[in-house]
Design a protein around this ligand. Structure first.
Ligand code: HEC
Length: 162
């Protein structure tokens, strides 16, 4: 429980940071590529950056549909990233959504996903919400629009989590 609160706090900080950088960009500072404020070196890898911010150093767009905002969970306000629900350590956990609702996000460290998931099954889960067992993931898990290269970077990052 404590872990999920920490994850939530971090997600909120990341969200607020993104929002304030958006505002900076709108004032025309124009210093940051890709419309975000994460300068080079802020993350150890592009995969880590994607995990924490939903932005890619390639400048390719990453967006999502569905997710808790669509299902009535408005807490995040800003933009979601994997970390918002799967925690900084990738292990996921239980989130209290208010109104006695809980959301169980999964452990998505690569060591936990494999061997059930390979790169293609991971893509199908992230992009289409398709579980390897043939069922659909719950709508709390957003459906992501993300390039194959960015997905590969994300997998490389998930492999570093132990
Ligand atoms: C708003 C919360 C939320 C965000 C943001 C989110 N997820 Fe999820 N994710 C979930 C939930 C909840 C589940 C479990 C769904 C279920 O049980 O059907 C899940 C499940 C998954 C699964 C399937 C795991 C399994 O064992 O079945 C993968 C893979 C996954 N998420 C990857 C990601 C990635 C990669 C990102 C970032 C690009 C991301 N998620 C962002 C909530 C989220």
């Amino acid at each position: 429980m404590k872990k999920s609160i920490a994850a939530l706090m971090l997600a909120i900080v990341v969200g607020i940071t993104l929002i304030s950088f958006d505002a900076t960009a709108q004032r025309g500072s124009g210093m940051m590529g890709g419309g975000t404020g994460w300068g080079p070196g802020a993350f150890r890898s592009n995969g880590e950056r994607i995990y924490f911010t939903s932005t890619s150093e390639r400048g390719t767009a990453i967006s999502y549909t569905s997710g808790p905002a669509a299902t009535g969970w408005m807490m995040m306000g800003g933009r979601l990233a994997c970390v918002s629900c799967h925690a900084p350590d990738g292990r996921g956990g239980r989130h209290n959504m208010g109104m006695m609702q809980v959301m169980d996000s999964k452990d998505i460290r690569w060591s936990a996903l494999s061997p059930e998931f390979d790169a293609e099954k991971f893509r199908l889960a992230v992009v289409n919400g398709q579980d390897p067992d043939g069922t659909q993931l719950k709508p709390e898990m957003p459906r992501w629009k993300i390039s194959d290269d960015d997905l590969a970077d994300l997998i490389a990052f998930l492999k570093t989590l132990s």
